[in-house]
Structure formats: structure tokens, C-alpha cells
Design a protein around this ligand. Sequence first.
Ligand code: AQP
Length: 334
Amino acid sequence: MENMDIKKTILSGVQPSGTLTIGNYLGALRNWAKMQNDYNCYFCVVDLHAITVRQVPAELRQNCLKTLALYLAVGIDPNKNALFLQSHVPAHAELSWVLSCYTMYGELSRMTQFKDKSAKHSDNINAGLFTYPVLMAADILLYQPDLVPVGSDQKQHIELARDIANRFNNVYSETFKIPEPYMPKIGTRIMSLSEPTSKMSKSDSGDGSIFLLDNKDAVIRKIKRAVTDSGSEVRYAEGKDGINNLMSIYSAFTGKTFDEIENEFSGKGYGDFKLAVGETVADALADIQDKYNVFISDKEQLNKILLDGSQKASYTAEKTLRKVYRKVGFYSIK
Ligand code: AQP
């Protein structure tokens, strides 16, 4: 039997706030699948985070299962990893409260995601949107992970989680392991096709995002319409945000370097390049979708995976939470 104790631990999650994009895949999921044999892994669907933005309840429930089925479809094995919903492990919300008393207002005010999301949802700038990074710190610190594999957009949140952990450890004694962010070299920040200076997001409507469940026609159409510049040479360069983004996507899916891509398309225009990117992405997604369709149709199996996963996760999470409660001075009757 594998010895779980000698492996390092990783934790990561995705919000079920829509259908996952190739940004979520390249920035996060694909790396999880690669790391699962070498690490003791906790992969969560962070549904508590999703309600910082209004969700339709029936869609949120469905998106949780869809997200889980996508985890499985990209090759994440429920027998090797704990796969669970955040709301099934109450320790996340409980630790979040404690940590919020060790997080400064000024720190939260500096979070760029809060600024971006409050601009996007100006009619609903709720306290949860503001304290989101504290819940994320709790998500992470509960599992004492060594690494947190995420896209670079989450770097600031992980730095805050480290600061909160260090602060707590200094006030009491060593309680939390200080985790490191782990980011892919390519695909760390996939940009919107329609607005290549903003990141691709699953909650964006329109043609800026490629969703993992998009069909081939939609993928080809969106990439054909992707915003580029007035030039015609396929070359990675400052100011060519649209082309740089498509080159990153092509590179991430094919493994080709930027030099190889520039050679492949030398003398050809953006049209040929976009078609090649579209075909490559669509083929990769078709493979994921075939597997997804099998998993999503077996709700009983999905439920069982979630039950097993939340039991595994709760075991570790509860251990950390009990330690924290003891250190801060909560009275225990046990
Ligand atoms: N565009 C991206 N490029 C690379 N990585 C990305 N990630 C998200 N977008 C990109 C990574 O995906 C993981 C899960 O993110 P999340 O669901 O927790 O929330 P998010 O970062 O806010 O993702 P979205 O897609 O933009 O969701 P919405 O639209 O709901 O806000 C993280 O590891 C993230 O780095």
C-alpha cells in the first residue's frame, strides 16, 4: 500500500460558478492530474466561494456535479485523491471565522480580485466578496499542504494565506505549515479572447472564454473571432496581447515552444494560425468531453465519490481545526 505520510500534500479548488474554461484547465486542473501520483492531494469544489456572486440555486447544484465530472474527465482519480465539496466539510467555514480575526482590513482592501469583482458586480459588493481570501486561507491551511497549484491570478491570495498563517504561528506556536504557490510555466494566465488584457473567466458570457464543454464549431468560431492586432506575423512580442495569448494556448496544448510556433507559421497569416489553434483546442476538448459524458450520467457514482472525499477531507480538516480551537483558548468538554 502507498504510504501517504511520506508524500507531500497539495490542495486546490475551483468555484462551481459556471462551466470551467481552458484557463481553469491549463492554470489548474491539468497540473493536478500530473501531480496526483506524487502528492497526497485534496481537490475541492469551492461552492461556498461561489455565492459571493448571486447564483441560481438549481444551477449551482448542477455546476457542482459538472465540476466534479470535469475533474474526473481530465484524469483526476478519486481513488488516489480526496475529491469533495467545500460545503460538505464545515471546518472550512469554522476556521474562516477564526482566521478573519487574524486578518487585517487593509490587507483585504489591497486584493486585486476584490477590486475587479466589485467593479464587475457593483450592485452586490457583499462582505463575502471582501472576506473571500480569508475563506481561501482556511481552505488551504486546514490541510497543511506544502504546495497549492493555481494560476498566477491567485498568487496574491496565497501570499495572504501565508501571512495569516505566519501571524497565527507567531502569536501561538507552530500550527500551520506555510504553503508555497505552484504555478505552471505556460498557461498560468490565459487571457480573454475578446479582451486579451483581461483574464479568461468562466463567469464571462460572450465569446471571450472557451468552455471545456464547448463543441468544435463554437471553439473554431471563437478563436477565429479572437481579437488580435493589425499585423500578420505570428510572433510573440510586447503589445501583441491577442497573438501572445493564442500562442500560449497553442503552446500549452501542443507542447511546442514559441520559437517552434513562429517557425511553423512563418510566411502564413493569422487566419491559418487561428485555424490550427482552433483545431488543436477542439480535439483536446473532444477527448475530455467523451469522458465527461460518461461521468456526468452516473449520479450515484458522483455522490459516492463526494461522500468518500468529504470523509477523507474532514479527517484532516478536523484535526487542524481542533488544534486551532485549543490554541486560541476555546473550552473543550472532551
Ligand atoms: N484565465 C486563467 N488562466 C489560468 N488559470 C486560471 N484560473 C482561473 N482562470 C484562469 C485558475 O483556475 C483555478 C480556479 O479558479 P476559481 O474558480 O477559484 O476562480 P477564478 O480564479 O475567479 O476563476 P474564474 O474562471 O475567473 O471564475 P469566475 O468567473 O467565477 O470568477 C485557480 O487556480 C485559478 O488560478
